[in-house]
Design a protein around this ligand. Sequence first.
Ligand code: PEP
Ligand code: MN
Length: 359
Amino acid sequence: MGEHVVEKLRQQLDSLNLQLLELLNKRAELVKELGEVKKKSGVKKFDPERETQMLEKLVQKNQGPFDDQTVRYLFKQIFKASLQLQVDDHKKALLVSRKRQAENTVISFGDLKVGNGSTALIAGPCSVESYEQVYEAAKALKRQGVKLLRGGAFKPRTSPYDFQGLGEEGLKILREVADELDLKVVSEIVTPSDIEKATEYVDVIQIGARNMQNFELLKAAGNVRTPVLLKRGMSATIEEFLFAAEYIVSRGNTQVMLCERGIRTYEKWTRNTLDISAVPILKNESHLPVFVDVTHATGRRDILLPCAKAALAAGADGVMIEVHPNPAVALSDARQQVDIPTFEEFVAELRSSGLFREE
Ligand code: PEP
Ligand code: MN
């Protein structure tokens, strides 16, 4: 007898659960509709005053058995979940998101394709110091079949007293060497008004970690049609990183590559902490190619190879490494750049690791 009553009451509960579910989803649809209207008219999504009013009305009508505090708590959760729905919708709308574009963005540099499932390498000195220095490093790239030559001409240094780069002269050197050896140039630009001019020299505009949220620079990079390598800010969240990419893409420059380069943590045995989990998250959330800069992420030569392997295993489309013909005398990052024999060994080992995907 008792069992029968329990069963009956349970059935009623099940039915009420379903009704509640239906009502909650109906409510959610309405909130979404309201969100759209608010967006169009530029009204803020979260309105604490309105939320308080709704809670007060509910409490006034409350006849129990839930006490007022519980009613407030339960409805607060419903309000929170509804607001989250609007946030998720906003995320869905990002141009850089997979939700918006399911297929990978593939960027072509002649025969070289980035983002198509093959592995790309970007290598070269930290800073451009002379024609001879770049040429020697570039020859090593050529021998290894590496197409993307990096080198900093404008160096955003932490200390104003450190070497700031050769500027436009450095870009000329990179272009000259790259043309001679049929390579592509990746170089950082730090000033919005330099972007246009830089497109005469570079094949990829690099935006450095220190400038990831330099919104005027991002907008300027979005206005040209030269591919961009956007590095993650040293204390930027993945979301902020993607929003920075959105600045560029929303201006019409869809050729953006993301570069994880380590974030700042309390750890002192590496220069930065390589956030390897950012790689699969970025690959899942976004259709843009993802690189990992193992040099700046680690700041130490002895772990470049395992970190590069980890990057590829995690799904990165490419790896960046700094190489200098004579690191000991380099004008920047002398301690972390590898010499040419070490670079050649690095590429060979990565290639034979089974993780490197040739075209
Ligand atoms: C660089 O790649 O030259 C560089 C300065 O790196 P980051 O902006 O990641 O510090
Ligand atoms: Mn460097």
